[in-house]
Each structure stands twice: as structure tokens, then as C-alpha cells.
Design a protein around this ligand. Structure first.
Ligand code: PEP
Length: 250
């Protein structure tokens, strides 16, 4: 099923000032060129660092993404960034629907509108879905993720422009990753839904995210239906992120 190399994506969240961010990106970009692991790598720094990091890595294999965008193209939206601004700064991808934004009230309809705006600006959406602990414990994890997936996709999106990340909310930043059976089951569910929703659904990458570290990356990346990982905390440490990439490229 894995036709393409795994995608190892880093979500820096609200972390990184210019010097540290520049050094982290430069170290990764240089290492990628030297080592050529059999993976694709993406980093999503804060928007303040996008232009500088994108300029310093242009032409190389390290891909650069943003962490969110507004659904409108321009206007009176103080503090927000349009997809075109992020593309102009050098992003090629944008994370949408992260649980840290959904928990602020962002629903799947808004995620779909943002994804449509991203596509119109030439950005590829990386859409996050995942259940809370209460939803898992009450037996509605599959129902929750199915609904998020169906409602977060903009009309007409091609699977090749889309990446999905299955990120159980209870696994994010907790040090408690989902077990192999759960990940395989949820990825199979997402793949069935994508096949149903999109003409070319099988060509969409599905990543796992939630407390991925060098210690568990190999076991997660070799599970059926896992096309890569979305990494938060461990992506801020160069050696850990490289070790995760090596697990994917082994
Ligand atoms: C994330 O923020 O998407 C994430 C998966 O974080 P962490 O790896 O720290 O759990």
C-alpha cells in the first residue's frame, strides 16, 4: 500500500525564536542532503520563521509548512494569516484541524473552508483528525473520526493534494502513544473512508501523530496503513527528529 516514501513531519507549534529555529532547520536540511534517508521530511515552524527558513532551504529536499491559515483571502481579520501569505512566505503545506485548534472551537466545517482556501493559494492541506479520551472510552472513536474526516474535506480535493494525520487527542504531548492495534485499526478506517470519499483515495498519505519518539517510531512506521508520522515535541530536538526519520527510512 505504501507507494511513496514515508513522510516525517514536524509540528513546532508555538516554539522557536529566530536563532534556534534557523539552526534547527539548517541542521536538518544539511543532514537530509548528506544522508538522504528514504523518507520525505517536512517542518512546520511558527509563521514568524517561515520566510527565513524557507529562503534558507529553497531548492533542497526539506519541505516547509505552516500550522494554520484563515479561511478568507484577505480583509479585517486582525492577527490572522491568509493561505496566500503563507505560500508567499515559502510554505508548501499547511496543518489544519489540529486538536489544539479544534479545542478552541474550530469545527470541521471551518477546517474544510480553510482547506479550500489553502488549495486555492497552492498549499497542500495536512488535516488532523482524532478522538478525545472520553470519546474512546465511550466507544465512539470511530464515529468521531469518520465524521471529522467527512466534514473536514473541501469539495473536489484530490487525494494527491491531501495528507491526513490520525492524532488521538489523548496521545498528543502526553508521552502515551496509541498501541499498534489501535493505530492499525484507525488507519484502516480512515483509508476505507478516503476510498469512499475521493476518487483516488488510496493515494492519500495517512500519518500517525501522538507522542512519537525515537523509541517507538520504528514500531509505528512499520504498521500497516501508516505512511509517516506527525511529530510535535520530538521534532524540536534535532537528534530525535533525525532518529525518527532514520526509523522511517530504514
Ligand atoms: C502534535 O502536536 O501534532 C503531536 C503529535 O505532538 P507530540 O508528538 O508532542 O505528541
Amino acid at each position: 500500500m505504501n507507494k511513496r516514501p514515508p513522510l516525517i513531519a514536524g509540528n513546532w507549534k508555538m516554539n522557536g525564536l529566530r536563532t534556534g529555529g534557523r539552526n534547527l532547520a539548517r541542521s536538518l536540511a544539511g543532514w537530509l542532503v548528506e544522508t538522504r534517508p528514504a523518507v520525505e521530511m517536512l517542518i512546520c515552524p511558527p509563521a514568524t520563521l517561515l520566510a527565513e527558513i524557507a529562503a534558507s532551504t529553497v531548492g533542497g529536499p526539506l519541505r516547509i509548512g505552516a500550522q494554520d491559515c484563515h479561511e478568507q483571502t484577505s480583509g479585517a481579520h486582525t492577527g490572522s494569516l491568509s493561505a496566500a501569505m503563507l505560500a508567499d512566505a515559502g510554505a508548501g503545506v499547511v496543518i489544519l484541524g489540529h486538536s489544539e485548534r479544534r479545542r478552541l472551537g474550530e469545527d470541521s466545517a471551518l477546517v474544510a473552508a480553510k482547506a479550500a482556501a489553502a488549495l486555492a493559494a497552492g498549499l497542500r492541506p495536512l488535516i488532523c483528525v482524532g478522538e478525545t479520551l472520553v470519546e474512546r472510552e465511550t466507544g465512539i472513536a470511530a464515529q468521531t473520526v469518520t465524521a471529522q474526516l467527512r466534514d473536514s474535506l473541501p469539495p473536489g480535493i484530490a487525494a494527491t493534494d491531501l495528507t491526513i494525520a490520525y492524532e488521538p487527542v489523548w496521545a498528543i504531548g502526553t508521552g502515551r502513544h496509541a498501541d499498534g492495534a489501535t493505530i492499525a485499526e484507525m488507519h484502516a478506517l480512515i483509508r476505507r473512508e478516503l476510498a469512499d470519499l475521493l476518487a483516488d483515495g488510496a493515494s492519500c498519505r495517512v500519518l500517525y501523530g501522538g507522542s512519537v519518539t525515537p523509541a517507538n517510531a520504528d514500531a509505528i512506521l512499520t504498521l500497516p496503513g501508516v505512511d509517516g508520522v506527525l511529530v510535535g515535541g520530538a521534532s524540536l530536538d534535532t537528534e530525535s527528529f533525525k532518529a525518527i526519520a532514520m526509523a522511517g527510512g530504514a
